[in-house]
Write a protein that binds this ligand. Structure first.
Ligand code: RB5
Length: 150
């Protein structure tokens, strides 16, 4: 797969609402010989998504992990949290076209999924699209470079 860099794990995180989907996606990636660093949560017990999103975002922002895949019920809370980190471009995607465009146009480095609103097959198709789509660069490069707040 295109984005996977040997030596760097894919950062994953979720809250309780995304836990089951996280496990399905983790298994999918590991079966394809990709290393995953799971920042939690580790059960369906109620929890707060920022507790897992901040450490996962730090790992991608610092370059230790690349890319990231995150999910909560709607995807919004965890995306809001991840995007507080300067180097993070977390994109909430619920179909493959959004995932493709998040990579081509936005160079998204964390895919965010709305676990309560998509089925597992759709989620895996979105993950595969995200992982296999390169950034287009060109006119999008300047735009992406202007995103961080200095
Ligand atoms: C949890 O009930 C839910 O609020 C959370 O998963 C997420 O949707 C928040 O944005």
């Amino acid at each position: 797969m295109n984005l996977y860099t040997p030596g760097k794990s894919i950062a994953m995180c979720s809250d309780h609402a995304g836990f089951k989907l996280k496990e399905i996606i983790k298994q999918h990636l590991q079966q394809a010989d990709m290393s995953v660093k799971d920042f939690g949560t580790y059960s369906e017990d109620s929890c707060d998504y920022p507790d897992f999103a901040h450490p996962a975002a730090d790992s991608v922002d610092s370059g230790v992990c690349y890319p990231g895949i995150a999910m909560c019920g709607t995807g919004n809370g965890i995306a809001m949290t991840l995007n507080k980190h300067q180097g993070i471009r977390a994109a909430l995607c619920w179909n493959v076209d959004l995932a493709r465009l998040a990579r081509e146009h936005n160079n998204a480095n964390i895919l965010v999924l709305p676990a309560r609103f998509i089925d597992a097959d759709t989620a895996l198709a979105i993950v595969d699209t995200f992982m296999n789509t390169p950034f287009e660069g060109g006119r999008h490069e300047n735009r992406v470079n202007k995103i961080p707040v200095h």
